[in-house]
Design a protein around this ligand. Structure first.
Ligand code: NOJ
Length: 884
């Protein structure tokens, strides 16, 4: 429908003697939009919606900060043979070498293979590494500096293990539905907050000298049905993965937004996701990869597939995929869509030479951009075993040697992790100064979530269980704990130091003992509860990745109600992967304090003790909304296929209205709103000032690219591509770029071999001629004028209490249009303010912050609806405001 509208509009424009609106220059005087078409009133997501084609795949051009890296990559790639280029693009197969994914090496140049390794919380599947807080937890700090420091520290640990690409950070899932199993790996359902957090994390990681990989691109909002095999394993009869159906405006304003920040921050790699977007798989979706990511956002790095998320060979190559992971079609199949097939496809002209060159250039430019050299130290760990000696090619048990060197890469990161854990803890309720604790007479800690996993902190593979305190959730986004400080041990140590009496009961169902304990005189009861989730390949307690509900696990609600029924000073600590329903007990007068501590990583107990005892004055803000009911969110996971055995259809019909935007629109009062969090001191807001800057009008990017460049050349003699001589090691299942015969058809093992590109690739897929630039593009992240500062907003913040503290003033904008969220976050800062002192909060509003995506102009536009700014301590407490 939308495209029909575009066509009608272009025809009308042509008849009126104007340029087509599809290509005309859209500049509105004073930066305003006439409002004839409300860009926000576009049709939303549709069942079985399709994804339009966009070809050819944009070739890298070294724009922005990429110029030097591009030049280095050109030199290097120009020396490579076709086989060597293919090696850079294709993984060697699942468990083929030490890392969770590795591409081939270039032995002729002594260039070792690139190592791709999870996770977004630390180096996965090894030892002597740290476990950091989840992305969602650090998001609660609203602290740019901590985002950066965490990224840097994780990057340094990966680097010291020999990793080339850290598989994180995460902006997909964004957190459309609170039940989404991997929301905790990302930051926040607010795209602005996620955008800031992902950008700072990437800068940190890449400053440490490795490539960051922003994932999962895009619409990867639930675990159910993300992969057919997994779904079938759970008993669902589907033949295609889920399609996230997302309209163009919502795509730009919500889901693509943080990826634009990632690209602008210089991210070297992006992982395409398992799901389909508008019924086209993410790793071969030319609209997403060619149009949005590489053209509009000007992404200069490389796109790698999620593990087994590639479904075609030449088609994915021309749709913008640059690297296939782990390289085999299915784990350990010994076959690849690329490898040999990519070599053949280039030789026979199906995939143009410029495209394989572009893949290689993008990979190597990302490599050089972060300072990696051609002679990096070897990988010193193995993902598949912690044994010191073992098979290098684990999948087939070959080449036994020392594979784990047990290198301790932790440095002093425990201190940072402790600090992040404390400064991410959100104080949701604090009555009559119940907190901070000060030499309490008797501390009674209750709940499994305060104690250890009896099988050890790493007792469940990939943390796939909910035993003991929740320091980390489950899936590939986890890492092995070097230790896990439990709340019980840290609080006991504090109590002993204070001379307090201390007892803990770590069994949620020991009712009589719990009641007997917390009914005693002088008791301060601290109840620990949790809610867990993770990645779809693990099912914990019937939760196939996504949470089945938003209630607390292990009888947490009953536990809280039981304790608070007998103790008038009950403090609740929640470790969770997102919001939980607290409706039945949060306002009990006996519950004097509630804290959300996220999933804080290895220093969990120390972090929470620092907050409970006031060593850290809390200032964190909840990075999501706490609704009274599950239904209040207006979005949910699809748990049952809704399209026969075809791809389940996940229609994002709510458009941009997720999390607090949905609550505002429906006029539903949450229990704790987005951005809310208390302190042990108080703050006052005053003196809002808005300074308008004079900037030139927004001009669309125009012009055309260069023709696709080619680097080096390749032999057309098929004998040059045969597997090398007998002395070259052949490893079973390993994915090579070689042919096993000079008979192309036989080498391809494809009965239909011989079709030409024109017969089965979309129009323009192989066209290397100069291409028009997009109006909204022009630089990494998009049109550079989107970052013109239009306004600077300042306010005075005074610490009016008696304790030194930190405060997170937040700036929101209302767009004024009938189809716009009433408020959207557009600025924040974490400020340290001593008691009695004042400081100035200052935030810049850039053009993008005030723009809507215009689906007809295919560009950002500021509508003429009246706009206002608001400043305050949370999304529903905004004492200062002014019209713009
Ligand atoms: C699948 C996950 O979706 C992705 O996040 C991860 O990086 C890869 N597996 C590799 O473990």
């Amino acid at each position: 429908m939308r495209y029909l509208l575009e066509i009608i509009a272009s025809v009308a424009a042509l008849l009126a003697g104007k340029d087509s609106v599809l290509t005309s220059v859209q500049i509105y005087p004073n930066g305003t939009y006439p409002g004839a078409i409300d860009p926000a009133a576009e049709p939303g997501a549709q069942f079985l919606q399709t994804s339009p084609p966009f070809y050819p795949s944009p070739w890298m051009n070294g724009q922005g900060e990429w110029a030097d890296a591009y030049a280095q990559a050109k030199d290097f790639v120009s020396q490579l043979t076709l086989l060597e280029k293919v090696n850079l693009t294709t993984g060697v197969g699942w468990e083929g070498e030490q890392c969770v994914g590795q591409v081939g090496s270039i032995p002729r140049l002594g260039f070792r293979s690139l190592c791709m390794q999870d996770s977004p919380v630390g180096v996965r599947d090894t030892d002597y590494n740290s476990v950091f807080s989840s992305g969602q937890t650090v998001a609660a700090t609203f602290d740019r500096n901590l985002f950066y420091q965490r990224g840097y520290a994780m990057g340094a640990e990966h680097k010291a293990k020999g990793v080339t690409v850290q598989l994180g950070p995460v902006a997909g899932p964004l957190g459309r539905a609170p039940e989404g199993g991997r929301n905790w790996e990302g930051f926040s359902p607010d795209p602005y907050l996620t955008g800031v957090a992902i950008a700072e994390t990437i800068k940190g990681t890449q400053d440490a000298g490795i490539i960051a990989c922003a994932k999962h691109f895009i619409g990867n909002e639930q675990e159910h049905f993300r992969q057919v095999g997994e779904a079938v394993g759970y008993g669902f009869n589907i033949t295609e993965a889920i399609s996230s159906n997302i309209d163009d405006r919502t795509m730009h304003e919500i889901y693509l937004w943080p990826f634009a920040d990632a690209v602008r921050a210089g991210v070297g790699a992006i992982m395409c996701s398992y799901n389909q977007i508008n019924n086209s798989y993410a790793c071969q979706n030319s609209k997403m990869l060619n149009n949005l990511l590489k053209n509009e956002l000007g992404f200069q790095g490389f796109v790698m597939s999620d593990w087994q998320a590639q479904h075609t060979g030449a088609a994915s190559a021309v749709a913008g995929l640059d690297m296939t992971m782990p390289g085999d079609t299915l784990f350990n199949s010994g076959e690849s869509f690329w490898g040999t097939n990519l070599t053949l496809a280039v030789l026979n002209g199906t995939v143009p030479e410029w495209r394989i060159d572009d893949m290689a250039i993008r990979i190597m430019a990302a490599y050089f951009k972060v300072g990696l050299t051609l002679h990096e130290p070897p990988i010193n760990f193995d993902s598949w075993t912690l044994d010191t000696y073992g098979p290098l090619h684990y999948a087939v048990g070959e080449n036994t040697q020392q594979i784990n060197f047990h290198v301790d890469v932790q440095g002093d990161h425990g201190t940072l992790i402790r600090d992040i854990g404390a400064r991410a803890t959100v104080l949701l309720k604090n009555v009559d100064n119940a907190l901070p604790l000060s030499n309490p007479k008797f501390v009674a800690v209750v709940g499994e979530d305060a104690g250890p996993n009896l099988d050890g902190p790493n007792g469940c593979s990939d943390r796939g269980c909910d035993n003991g305190t929740l320091g980390m959730a489950w899936g590939s986004g986890s890492a092995n704990f070097p230790y896990l400080v439990t709340p019980d041990s840290a609080l006991q140590a504090q109590a002993l130091a204070d001379g307090s009496r201390y007892e803990s009961i770590l069994d949620n169902y020991a009712s009589s003992q719990i009641i007997a304990l917390v009914s005693q005189a002088n008791v301060t009861a601290i109840v620990f509860v949790n809610a867990d989730s993770g990645e779809g390949y693990i099912n914990v307690d019937g939760n196939e990745g996504d949470r089945n509900n938003l209630t607390l696990w292990q009888g947490g609600d009953e536990l809280i109600q039981q304790v608070s029924a007998h103790c008038t000073n009950t403090i609740v600590v929640i470790h969770s992967v997102g919001p939980v329903i607290v409706t039945n007990w949060f306002d009990s007068p006996n519950i004097t304090a509630i804290l959300w501590a996220g999933v804080p990583g290895q220093e969990s107990g120390n972090s929470i003790t620092d907050v409970l005892y006031g060593k850290v004055n809390p200032a964190a803000r909840t990075p999501f909304t706490w609704g009274a009911t599950r239904q209040d969110y207006g979005t949910d996971v699809i748990y049952v296929p809704n399209n026969g055995n075809g791809a389940p259809q996940d229609d994002f019909v709510e458009g941009p209205f997720i999390d607090y935007r949905a609550f505002e629109r429906q006029n539903t009062t949450p229990i704790y709103e987005f951005g809310f969090g208390l302190s042990y001191t108080t703050f006052e807001y005053s003196n809002l000032q808005v300074i308008k800057h004079n900037v030139s009008a927004y001009a669309p990017t125009t012009g055309v690219t260069e023709a696709a460049p080619i680097f080096g050349n390749f032999s057309t003699n098929l004998t040059d591509y045969l597997f090398p001589n007998a002395s070259f090691p052949y490893i079973r299942q390993y994915i090579y770029p070689y042919l096993n015969t000079t008979d192309e058809k036989k080498a391809s093992a494809d009965p239909n071999y011989g079709q030409t590109a024109a017969e089965f690739l979309p129009p323009h897929a192989t066209d290397g001629t100069p291409q028009p630039l997009l109006a909204a593009g022009g630089a990494p992240g998009g049109n550079p004028q989107l970052w013109d500062v239009l306004y600077t907003v300042t306010a005075n913040i005074t610490n009016s209490g008696t304790r030194d503290g930190e405060e997170v003033p937040q700036l929101y904008v209302s767009f004024g249009g009938p189809n716009n969220p009433s408020l959207v976050l557009r600025g924040f800062e974490r400020l340290s303010i001593d008691a009695g002192q004042s400081t100035t909060f200052s935030a810049d509003i850039v053009r993008r912050d005030l723009s809507n995506w215009d689906t007809v102009a295919q560009n950002w536009v500021i509508t003429s609806y009246p706009k206002s700014v608001y400043v305050g301590p949370s999304s529903r407490n905004l004492p200062l405001s002014q019209a713009l």
